[in-house]
Design a binder for this molecule. Structure first.
Ligand SMILES: Nc1ncnc2c1ncn2[C@@H]1O[C@H](COP(=O)(O)OP(=O)(O)OP(=O)(O)O)[C@@H](O)[C@H]1O
Ligand SMILES: [Mg+2]
Length: 278
């Protein structure tokens, strides 16, 4: 037996060696795993017994009529409801197999790993550049000159760099609504989240800005996992891999986006995706 043959690695050894190269190796394929989750505000049950995995590196759209619990569900995933008076949860939300409510989970690092973009752009009252690096500074991820690099990288990533490079120290409030939303997205991305929650991120934007945001979302996967609430069914079809349909707090149906829209199994889903239910 020659030297090369004798040293040939077994398949297990190859897997172990590759595990060092693949950052996702050994991690669960579902980055977020929701199990038997029920959510209440006071006596009112807003989400009933939802079990759903979110596969790493995918975009999931949450659709359903107004008041069906989409925002409540989404906001729970990074514990935004915890401080709402009367809010209660039953069941579990696992992030990489660990409960988001476990005592070893600190809220700041949870929010760094699970970022959020809101319906209305909410730039902070500080310069454009400081907006992008606000979270990076707060988490101590970068400092000094590194912050300039972070700001430029993230502004380029969201396609804003050319529009703002000569006014980085100006207020963000003179930017258009679409540009402000892209700035908020740059700020959210700057801290390197694993999951991004988006609640109707384009409903306040014009069609061109909406298209810019939608195109950008597709470029963020598979590095990130996105969960997007939208009333825009065309948007759900264009950007998402999977869709979940909520109705009156229940997860009625979920599946690959084309299947859910083209051949829904549930009559309520069919009525909703065909525009027969508001
Ligand atoms: N902070 C709160 N306190 C009490 N009830 C709340 C609170 N937030 C939401 N609710 C109630 O929970 C239910 C679901 O609201 P939620 O905002 O999650 O719905 P949604 O599907 O996001 O609706 P929309 O499409 O209109 O945004 C509603 O009946 C709402 O009144
Ligand atoms: Mg909502």
């Amino acid at each position: 037996m020659d030297e090369v043959t004798r040293q040939k690695a077994t398949p297990n050894e190859v897997d172990r060696a590759l595990a060092h190269l693949d950052p996702d190796a050994g991690r669960p394929s579902n980055v977020v795993d929701v199990r038997s989750l029920s959510l209440q505000f006071g006596a009112k049950t807003v989400i009933s017994d939802v079990t759903i995995p979110f596969e790493r590196g995918t975009i999931t759209a949450l659709i359903g009529p107004t008041g069906s619990g989409k925002s409540t569900f989404l906001r729970t995933l990074n514990r935004m409801n915890d401080r709402v008076v009367g809010f209660r949860h039953e069941g579990e939300v696992l992030l990489d197999n660990e409960s988001i409510w476990s005592s070893s989970q600190d809220l700041l690092s949870l929010r760094r790993r699970v970022g959020m973009l809101f319906q209305r752009p909410n730039p902070f009252p500080m310069s454009i550049k400081d907006n992008v690096v606000a979270g990076v500074k707060a988490h101590g991820i970068a400092k000094g000159r590194e912050l300039d690099v972070v700001a430029e990288t993230r502004l380029r990533e969201v396609g804003l760099w050319n529009a703002v490079k000569d006014r980085l120290n100006d207020s963000p409030y003179r930017l258009s609504g679409g540009q402000q939303q892209l700035l908020c997205l740059a700020r959210a991305l700057a801290v390197g989240p694993e999951v991004l929650l988006l609640d109707e991120p384009t409903s306040a934007l014009d069609p061109l800005s909406t298209e810019a945001v939608e195109n950008l979302l597709r470029t963020l996967v598979p590095a990130l996992t996105l969960i997007v609430v939208t009333h825009n069914l065309g948007q759900a079809r264009r950007v998402s891999d999977r869709t979940m349909f909520f109705y009156e707090g229940r997860l009625v149906e979920h599946g690959p986006t084309p299947a859910l829209f083209e051949s829904p199994r549930d009559p309520d889903t069919a009525r909703y995706v065909n525009g027969l239910m508001g």
